[in-house]
Design a protein around this ligand. Structure first.
Ligand code: 3PY
Ligand code: MG
Length: 251
């Protein structure tokens, strides 16, 4: 099965990505049916553990959305298990150095590119009988840049073979720069840093995506030409729709 996210790049269209923080196959399925190009299960900060991942990926794969997972850390065993559960891409938090990126790729790619062990389980069901031959070029590998150290090492990180690109975490990046997380992306220094990361990815023709805390940020980032935009997580969507409806009816 091809990865639609690769097709969107060649069409020069941003992938619109949903972010799942709830342990609910129902919500996962609803988000997929809303028309997102991908749904990412958040195993780092989501209220769920590895045991929930296979059923959440099953729910997403009942829709046209590509099933992605943000792993909890750069861990070989966990990443192997997530891919075997049928994820079509991994977003790995806190990649600060070339060594971090190499370690991440090693877990995601079959030899000779990496050292992923064979046992694709649901990956084979979702991907199809050519899964083994196609996996290395089909599964998307995105390293999160979300620290000052990661920004300093971005060119080294982008040069790692087998890494498709970067996913920017603006909240941890803000903290690392001494700025409060959660919405100060327009802060001059943070905005400049985010644009620098995007520029380095684009100049090396690597994939670049970003998590957006609100629609103002998502709209601004769309203008910059990102490959993937996440317009908030499931709870942010729920909260903003709920508060808007309450304000309208009470106002
Ligand atoms: C961050 O902003 O730090 C993130 O990890 C977004 O999910
Ligand atoms: Mg983060």
């Amino acid at each position: 099965r091809p990865n639609r996210l690769h097709d969107l790049i060649s069409l020069n269209k941003p992938a619109l990505n949903a972010w799942l923080s709830c342990n609910s196959p129902y919500i996962a399925e609803v988000l997929g049916h809303c028309g997102f190009d991908s749904v990412t299960v958040d195993l780092q900060h989501g209220q769920l553990g590895m045991d929930a991942v296979p059923s959440l990926l099953q729910a997403i794969s009942a829709t046209a959305a590509m099933p992605l997972v943000r792993c909890s850390e750069n861990n070989f065993g966990e990443i192997n298990k997530i891919l075997d559960s049928g994820a079509y891409g991994i977003i790995c938090p806190m990649i600060d150095t070339r060594q971090d990126a190499e370690r991440f790729v090693r877990a995601c790619r079959y030899p000779p590119l990496g050292a992923r062990s064979f046992g694709p389980a649901r990956g084979l069901l979702y991907g199809g009988s050519d899964y083994f031959n196609a996996a290395n070029s089909t599964l998307l590998t995105l390293a999160m840049i979300e620290t000052v150290k990661g920004v300093q090492n971005i060119d080294d990180i982008l040069d790692v073979t087998g890494l498709d690109g970067i996913y920017i975490g603006p909240n941890d990046l803000a903290i690392s720069m001494g700025i409060a997380p959660g919405g100060n992306w327009e802060d001059a220094a943070l905005g400049v840093t985010i644009r620098h990361i995007i520029e380095r990815c684009q100049s090396k023709q690597k994939y670049v995506g970003i998590f957006c805390n609100d629609m103002a940020m998502a709209s601004a980032m769309k203008e910059v030409g990102l490959n993937m935009l996440t317009p908030g997580n499931d709870i942010q969507l729920l909260r903003s729709a709920a508060t808007a409806r309450l304000a309208q009816l009470r106002g």
